[in-house]
Design a protein around this ligand. Sequence first.
Ligand code: 5CA
Length: 449
Amino acid sequence: MRLSKYFLPVLKETPKEAEIVSHRLMLRAAMLKQEASGLYAWLPLGYRVLRKVQNIIEQEQDRAGAIELLMPTLQPADLWRESGRYDAYGKEMLRVTDRHERDMLYGPTNEEMITSIFRSNVKSYKDLPLNLYHIQWKFRDEIRPRFGTMRSREFLMKDAYSFDLDKEASVKSYHRMFVSYLRTYYRMGLTAIPMQAETGPIGGDLSHEFIVLADTGESGVFCDKALLDQPIPPKDVDYDGDLTSYVNDWTKLYAATEDMIDMDKFQAEVPEERRVEARGIEVGQVFYFGTKYSEPMGATVADANGKDVPVHMGSYGIGLTRLVPAIIEASHDDDGIIWPVSVAPFELALINLKTGDESCVEQCDALYQQLENAGIEVLYDDRDMGAGGKFATADLIGLPYQMIVGPRGLKNNEVEIKNRKTGDRTNVSLEQAVDFLLERIVPERRQDI
Ligand code: 5CA
């Protein structure tokens, strides 16, 4: 992509309304524009990151055996009257009436709708286990939307729903999602720690929140430091096998949010030097709630004896539009964002230092072509302006690598490659430049771990 033809209205000033660094940087880097309280437009640069996050989630959900579909954002109120949640949900639910005076709502979550899809189509235990998911906009009329898309009113969520014959099988489905979550966050460059959690309006008695540690996080958390170095289940993990040992590795060490903390237990189980008391961002939550929805809504299957039994369910959420600022909270410096390659909007900023110089333009154009042909995602700063502004933009928008091309280097047949994260600069010959980048970028994509 040529920057001269792109839409990247970066801001020089820091917007006053933004209280935390990720919100400030997302506005300054032209990733977002606020349209109303808790409602945001995703501008092209931000949308590219959101799509990368979405791709990783889809790949890992599919690997774990979940099947993608798409449900509407608006839902009929009658479905929610069946589960009893229409009245219970309160003011967070945005309620609307259509032209036929039918009560509708903008879905804050989809347990009821997926249960209705299940009960119309699945009748036998032989069709289980089943896990269906979608990635769709949700609306919760939060009393205090804040921190940009970290806590917004409209937000994009991946929500998966599992269906099993009994509790034992349902816990296995829970484990599959648990393991796939560990891999999902890791691929985005994050360490997300599963912590025992309250179930709130979703219900049930087994739940974990996945928490990324960050000073600006909304939840207080307590955990064992050793969790920060736990190994991640590998790409070839057998989702049909027994996943208990992976889950145990991550749950045997103490970790709980402030809502669930048992201080005596925390102090007894975690040696003082390993106690982490910090703040964290909840980037996902998983629930097992048994027959809470299937019973009132009549979602039953025939078991092996032909008897109809209510199906056991769990639900599994990931907040995509919250993950993007969470990644920035975890990875930035004074100059701007530092994207991990796997979610970067582009992998490389190609910077032409001298747009007036014919041979410099020619070399940059040629490099741009070679880099694109090599499958590297390049944002080519071909704008007619000074080098200082180009460096500042590249640092602000945080592309993991910069290739800096100017007449002086070209005299020696060289370009400079800067690593945004470490600040390391290396002079590389024109011939070797593409390979030099591929060697670094390909493993950092984390597609094969
Ligand atoms: N139905 C279940 C799981 S599918 C559910 O709704 N779970 S949830 O309430 O925990 O939401 C799932 C994830 O959505 C959260 O972990 C969080 O990452 C994200 N999320 C929730 N509320 C917001 C919000 N107001 N703004 C941004 N993200 C949010």
